[in-house]
Structures are given as structure tokens and as C-alpha cells.
Design a protein around this ligand. Structure first.
Ligand SMILES: *[C@@H]1O[C@H](CO)[C@@H](O)[C@H](O)[C@H]1NC(C)=O
Ligand SMILES: *[C@@H]1O[C@H](CO)[C@@H](O)[C@H](O)[C@H]1NC(C)=O
Ligand SMILES: *[C@@H]1O[C@H](CO)[C@@H](O)[C@H](O)[C@H]1NC(C)=O
Length: 428
């Protein structure tokens, strides 16, 4: 009985006075405060009262914040963690703190941060992350922070900022972002424009400067000269044969993606065939058509040869290569894509295009020619269909292109995006 009562007493005492050993807990102005600053702590101590609203762990030696680090104190409104040795903040460390209004993580070593946790901190008004090692902020990092008034990101390693990063911060009045090693390429121009126009106070503008490229080193962003910048554009054309030669089995299909944009866009090809999807980072071959070292080709000549000049050659084009060919160009200002469907008709068969429409062979002037059924005219740009008709092996003069023009001359007309249903007649 006596022992039981001791236990009751201990539980009661714990409820009333719970506070981790190294900390001081107390109440002030209706706030429940836990002060654990300057205690040489290497972890968040357990045992806080659940109603703590202010927690200071500043100037300790915390190496990181693991998931659930503040599970005991879900009502926190202020969390001070400056001057620790925090390198990483794990996913789920901060997300439970839905009431948090002030968060100070400044003067740490943070390079890995669970940005997605910020999506749950919609009450946050002050976020200090200055003097860390952040090199990257996801575009949507601040999307829920509609109450945020002050954001400090100065003295980090940010070299770029995604366009629109600060757009969700409708209550923001103070942004500190000086002393980051900004890379002054086209991708940063939006920030200069935004910073000049916004009502947000941005101090130390002269220290918001370029670190690279070399010629702009030290130039404040506000004085950045106009850069030649343009989003990518692409124009896809093709040539079924180099010299108007007969279209026989085993010919080379050449697609060409004419890319514009500044900085020079990165080009990718996406090939969707019934056998699967192939994604190619261009180039994958050298000018000799041989696989570049490190390219994912078995060896020798890959099935799809993407050249640095924007051409994609498909040697031995056959039924297995039928499908949709897309070229996609991307630079820091955007991307552009153009696609073409390529179908193959073989002698005597007619066929079906990749969209599943049938076309038939017809007899023209007593010769066996292939033509397209009138019912399968394309109806929109998404219907760019190129149907390649193969001739039977025969004398070269037997092959002609549509309207009797050599294929080579035709290729100039074959700019896709014009809803052209292109037909090559091969008569025999
Ligand atoms: C927090 O809880 C303790 C008991 O655990 C109580 O004494 C104190 O008044 C509470 N403080 C607030 C601000 O609610
Ligand atoms: C987000 O915060 C709310 C309280 O505002 C909480 O109930 C919820 O569990 C939190 N979400 C996560 C993922 O922790
Ligand atoms: C690109 O280079 C390849 C290989 O050198 C060549 O076959 C092709 O014709 C070139 N394309 C253009 C548009 O010059």
C-alpha cells in the first residue's frame, strides 16, 4: 500500500514538474518555456511537459535533428536551435510542429534539410536559416508559408534560385539572402527582376552578388547586365534517305531536331515503340556513329544514333522501330518538345499507323503503289504521322517520291507541327 502510494506521488510529481534534467522549465506570461541553451547537449533530451510552447536548445552540440525529435512537444510555437552543429534535418523532425511560429536554425552546418516538412508549418512567421551550407531550395519549399514575415537565408551556398521560389510568401516583409555564391546565368535573371519590383525589404543588396561566371564575379545582382537568354524552341524534320535513293528494307531514317535557345539546351530523344520506351541523352554517338564511352549501348553502333548536331539516325529502320519519336530540349529557362509518329508500310500489305488507323495499297496507273486512304487525314498537330512505304527490291529508277519530287527536295517541306501527313510512294 505504502509502495503504491509512493508510486502515485512520483507520477504526480512528474506531471507537475516534468522537465529534462539539464533544462530549466517555467512559465512566463502564460507561455511554458523550456530553456536548454548552453548545456553542451548532443541530443534533444527527453521528458518535456507536453504543453511547452517555447524551447531553446541554442548553443549546444546537436549534430542533427532526427525524425520525431520534437514529438513530445507538439504545441511548440518557438524553437531556437542556433549555434549547434546540425548537418541534417530529417524528414519528420519538424512536420509535427503545426503551431510553430518562430524557427531559428541559423549558424549550423545544415546541407540536408527536409524541405517537405515546411509544408506543414503553415503558422510559421519567422524562419532563420542563415549561416548554413544550403546549396539548393526546391521550387515549392515555401508553398504553405502564407504567414511567413521574415526569411533569412544569407551566408549559405545557394548558387541558383528556381523561378517563383518566393511567390507563395504573400505575407513576407523581410528577406535576407546576401552572401551566397550566385551563378549569374539566365536562371537568376528572374530574381533580379523580382527583387527590383517587390515591396519586400531586402537588405545588403550589394552583397547579393555573382560568384560565377568569372567575368561577372563580384557584380551585384541588382547591376547585372542584360544576358542573352531565351527558352528553347525545337523544329523536327526528317529525311527518309540521303540521296533520293530507293526506299528499301534496311534504309536509314534520319530525324533532325533543330534546337534554339540560350544557354544551349540539352537535347533528349524519347522513342516509344510497341516494344518499349527508349530515352536517349544526346549525343550518344561520336561523329563516326560509334557509341561514346559510357553510353548505354552494348557496343559499336547503337540502334538509335543521336549525334551532337541534333540528328537521330535509325539504321535498318524496320517494323520494330515504328513508333513515336520526340525530341525534347531543356535549358534553365524552360523546355520544348516536338514529336512525330513513324509507321512503316511494306509491299503488298498496306498497314496500320501507330495511332491504329488503316491504310491500303492501291493500284495507280497499272503500277503497284501505296497510298493513304482519304479517311485518315490528320486532324491535329498531335497527329503528325509519317508513313514510310517500302518498295520491293527493284531497279532504283522505280522509286519516286510523292508528286514525283525527289525525297531529298521534299525534306525541306517536312517540318513537323504542320499536321502534314506525309506519304512516300514507291511504285514497282
Ligand atoms: C503546463 O502544464 C503544467 C502541468 O504539467 C501546468 O502546471 C502549467 O500551468 C501548464 N502551463 C500552461 C502554459 O498551460
Ligand atoms: C502537421 O501538423 C498537424 C498539426 O497542425 C499535425 O496534426 C499533423 O500530424 C502534422 N503532420 C505531420 C506529417 O507530422
Ligand atoms: C549530323 O551528323 C551526322 C553524322 O556526322 C550526319 O550524318 C548528319 O547528316 C548531320 N546532320 C545534319 C543536319 O547536318
Amino acid at each position: 500500500m505504502r509502495a503504491l502510494c509512493l508510486l502515485c506521488w512520483a507520477v504526480l510529481l512528474n506531471l507537475v514538474q516534468a522537465c529534462p534534467d539539464p533544462c530549466d522549465c517555467g512559465e512566463k506570461y502564460g507561455f511554458q518555456i523550456a530553456d536548454c541553451a548552453y548545456r553542451d547537449l548532443e541530443g534533444v533530451p527527453p521528458g518535456f511537459p507536453a504543453n511547452v510552447t517555447t524551447l531553446s536548445l541554442s548553443a549546444n552540440r546537436l549534430p542533427g535533428l532526427p525524425e520525431g525529435a520534437f514529438r513530445e512537444v507538439p504545441l511548440l510555437q518557438s524553437l531556437w536551435l542556433a549555434h549547434n552543429e546540425i548537418r541534417s534535418v530529417a524528414v519528420g523532425a519538424l512536420a509535427p510542429l503545426g503551431q510553430l511560429k518562430s524557427l531559428d536554425l541559423s549558424h549550423n552546418l545544415i546541407s540536408e534539410f527536409a524541405w517537405s516538412d515546411l509544408h506543414n508549418l503553415s503558422a510559421l512567421q519567422l524562419l532563420k536559416m542563415d549561416s548554413n551550407e544550403l546549396s539548393f531550395i526546391p521550387r515549392d519549399a515555401f508553398r504553405s508559408l502564407h504567414a511567413l514575415r521574415s526569411l533569412q537565408l544569407n551566408h549559405n551556398r545557394l548558387h541558383a534560385l528556381a523561378e517563383g521560389t518566393f511567390a507563395p510568401l504573400t505575407a513576407l516583409s523581410h528577406l535576407q539572402i546576401n552572401d551566397n555564391p550566385f551563378d549569374c546565368t539566365c536562371g537568376i535573371v528572374w530574381f533580379k527582376t523580382w527583387a527590383l519590383a517587390t515591396a519586400v525589404s531586402i537588405p545588403e543588396q550589394d552583397n547579393i552578388a555573382c560568384t560565377s561566371p568569372h567575368v561577372l564575379k563580384g557584380t551585384p545582382l541588382s547591376r547585372l547586365p542584360p544576358l542573352p537568354c531565351s527558352a528553347p524552341s525545337v523544329q523536327l524534320s526528317y529525311q527518309p534517305s540521303q540521296d533520293g535513293a530507293e526506299l528499301r528494307p534496311g534504309f536509314v531514317l534520319a530525324l533532325h531536331c533543330d534546337v534554339d535557345g540560350q544557354p544551349v539546351p540539352q537535347l533528349h530523344w524519347h522513342v516509344h515503340t510497341p516494344g518499349g520506351t527508349v530515352e536517349i541523352t544526346s549525343p550518344n554517338v561520336g561523329t563516326d556513329g560509334r557509341a561514346l564511352p559510357g553510353a548505354l549501348a552494348a557496343s559499336g553502333r547503337p540502334r538509335f544514333q543521336a549525334f551532337a548536331n541534333g540528328s537521330l539516325l535509325i539504321p535498318d529502320f524496320g517494323k520494330l522501330e515504328e513508333g513515336t519519336y520526340s525530341c525534347l530540349a531543356t535549358n534553365e529557362l524552360g523546355s520544348a518538345e516536338s514529336s512525330v509518329n513513324v509507321a512503316l508500310a511494306t509491299p503488298g500489305e498496306g498497314g496500320e499507323d501507330v495511332v491504329g488507323r488503316k491504310f491500303h495499297s492501291k493500284a495507280v496507273e497499272g503500277k503497284g503503289c501505296y497510298t493513304v486512304d482519304n479517311e485518315v487525314q490528320p486532324s491535329g498537330p498531335e497527329d503528325n504521322v509519317v508513313i514510310i512505304y517500302l518498295s520491293r527490291a527493284g531497279p532504283p529508277e522505280a522509286a519516286i517520291a510523292a508528286e514525283g519530287k525527289p525525297a531529298q527536295q521534299l525534306s525541306g517541306m517536312l517540318l513537323l507541327g504542320q499536321s502534314l501527313l506525309v506519304l512516300f510512294l514507291a511504285c514497282f
